[in-house]
Design a protein around this ligand. Structure first.
Ligand code: ADP
Length: 205
């Protein structure tokens, strides 16, 4: 009997519109389990989310929507001009996201998945906090102009709003220097992207 290969943990990252959701679906279709860090962060700050009692205590009712969720717009404006508030918010949210991420990873491992994809938009920005939890970092790269065009088409956001998000994220060069694997998702069809994804040496059952 050949020994079962050990599970492979891949951090999937890239700027907004680089193709993370698209590629994570393709990896899922190849048999990997996908853990979506953004969805987890949203769930802990949704009504009745695990972070909401502490957020209400630290920030006050002004930052909570009538439904009981984190008021993202308000908090974004507040932390923009107040780095200490950003640290306080992250100190509440990050441990809860880490806990839920680990829980989902454990569920996937128990179910026998041999590749776990951690879809983490801000993996590079998080420094060692995420890097230490993955074996490989897969970066999706494309031109900034392409990011803008894709997100304009997808979300009907203004160029300026998307540009502001991109400027607040790590640069392409910073992401590329942290990558083990890179897919250049520029000027290629989804079929070609799929072929690039098919080449990745992931482990499947
Ligand atoms: P992210 O999750 O990184 O924000 P998405 O995977 O949602 O990015 O991709 C952004 C948009 O661009 C989506 O509408 C997606 O369908 C489209 N897209 C991504 N890659 C390609 C590609 N190679 N060809 C055509 N459209 C693409």
């Amino acid at each position: 009997m050949t020994p079962k290969p050990s599970p492979l943990r891949i951090g999937l990252t890239g700027g907004i519109g680089s193709g993370k959701s698209t590629v994570s679906q393709m990896l899922q279709a190849r048999g990997a389990a996908v853990i979506d860090a953004d969805a987890i962060a949203r769930s802990v700050t949704a009504p009745q989310g695990a972070a909401m009692v502490d957020i209400a205590r630290s920030f006050g009712a002004a930052f909570i929507t009538p439904e009981g969720a984190l008021n993202r717009e308000k908090v974004r404006a507040h932390v923009f001009s107040n780095p200490q508030a950003k640290d306080a918010l992250e100190a509440i949210i990050h441990p809860l996201v880490a806990k839920e991420t680990q829980r989902q990873a454990q569920v996937a491992l128990s179910a026998g998945y041999l590749t776990l994809i951690f879809d983490v938009p801000l993996l590079i920005e998080a420094g060692s906090r995420w890097r230490a939890q993955v074996d490989r970092v897969l970066v999706l790269d494309c031109l900034v102009e392409t990011q803008i065009q894709r997100v304009v088409a997808r979300n009907a956001m203004s160029r300026e709003a998307i540009q502001a998000i991109i400027s607040a994220q790590a640069s392409r060069a910073q992401k590329l220097s942290a990558a083990d694997w890179v897919i250049y998702n520029e000027n290629i069809s989804k079929e070609s992207l799929q072929e690039a994804v098919a080449q990745l040496p992931i482990r499947t059952r």
